[in-house]
Design a protein around this ligand. Structure first.
Ligand code: SIN
Length: 310
């Protein structure tokens, strides 16, 4: 069932009318989704709007699959895009490009890609914190680097608003999609502590995302993920098959109204200035006009308390 639907959505003419569109929630409510109540934190942080303005839903058919309709400001989205492309691609984070030795030892991805556009087109993923091992699927104490503080704080803040306050960000995969990219159906089960939710932040072009059941025999639900949307896979949905059969161009011009005020004292100040420097931003805008970035944040280890209890 998952495979058949994946093939249908990846085709030239995907059945778009069957894809849940969270811009049209009045139509969806009660049938496919229900609204979720969240903590009303007074202060807007990490490039997010105040949580009283968030629109948060849970799928009726996939318990624990939470969808937050773009809670970011424009500057907030720009911040996470710049961090993903320019900074999270720095050593010692790992990139798909590493095995090909394309980037000289003494250079970082971003500076090198400004001289060689092919390198930019070849970027597919970066891993942060405990590095995902694509072959063995096993995390190792010998393959980890510091997890970026701002991304850990963003994830923990969103977790707290949704009442998952024990969440700790320990590993992330940043996926870089082009218009012809796909991500096959899979489950994320390498983490030791699968009770912890997984947080997925998306920026740039639109994805069709499929979320199915514990096996490939369940028919998946298809949703549009647009720039700024957050998906949380918790409870039963945490171990469900999911994938991205198609990337589509967004219906609106993304991230174009700049110079908006944000209170970003907890973010990197220089990067915040870069977000509102229209000349500096141009290169990132060009990238995002034809690409999508997805940052997938996981907790790997069991919390100390749960080890002591067992
Ligand atoms: C993933 O499942 O690893 C990424 C999902 C997405 O790109 O939305």
């Amino acid at each position: 069932m998952f495979r058949e639907d994946f093939n249908s959505y990846k085709s030239q003419n995907p059945p778009l009318s069957k894809v849940l569109n969270f811009n049209d929630c009045k139509h969806l409510l009660t049938k496919q989704v229900k609204e979720v109540k969240v903590k009303m934190n007074a202060k807007a942080k990490f490039g997010l709007k105040p949580s009283k303005d968030w629109k948060v839903y849970e799928l009726n058919n996939n318990s624990g699959l939470i969808f937050i309709k773009n809670p970011f400001t424009v500057t907030g989205q720009r911040y996470w895009i710049i961090r993903s492309l320019r900074d999270y691609t720095n050593k010692p984070n790992k990139l798909n490009l590493d095995i090909h030795n394309i980037i000289p030892q003494n250079e970082e991805f971003w500076t090198f890609s400004q001289k060689d556009i092919n390198v930019m087109n070849k970027l597919r993923w970066a891993t942060l914190g405990y590095h995902h091992n694509w072959d063995t699927k096993v995390y190792s104490e010998t393959s980890k680097s510091d997890f970026p503080l701002d991304l850990a704080s963003l994830s923990q803040y969103v977790a707290d608003v949704l009442n998952f306050s024990e969440f700790r960000a320990e590993a992330a995969i940043v996926n870089f999609y082009h218009m012809n990219s796909r991500l096959s159906g899979h489950t994320d089960h390498s983490e030791q502590f699968l009770e912890a939710p997984l947080f997925s932040f998306s920026f740039g072009q639109t994805a069709i995302f499929l979320i199915g059941g514990a096996t490939i025999d369940t028919k998946p639900t298809a949703l549009f993920i647009e720039s700024g949307d957050i998906i949380v896979m918790s409870k039963e949905s945490r171990l469900c098959y999911h994938g991205v059969p198609k990337i589509l161009h967004a219906e609106v011009n993304l991230l174009t109204n700049d110079n908006e005020e944000i209170n970003g004292e907890e973010l990197n100040c220089d990067t915040l200035e870069d977000c509102n420097d229209s000349i500096y931003w141009t290169t990132f805008q060009k990238y995002i006009n034809n690409c999508r970035i997805n940052i997938n944040v996981r907790q790997v280890l069991r919390p100390i308390n749960s080890i002591l209890d067992s």
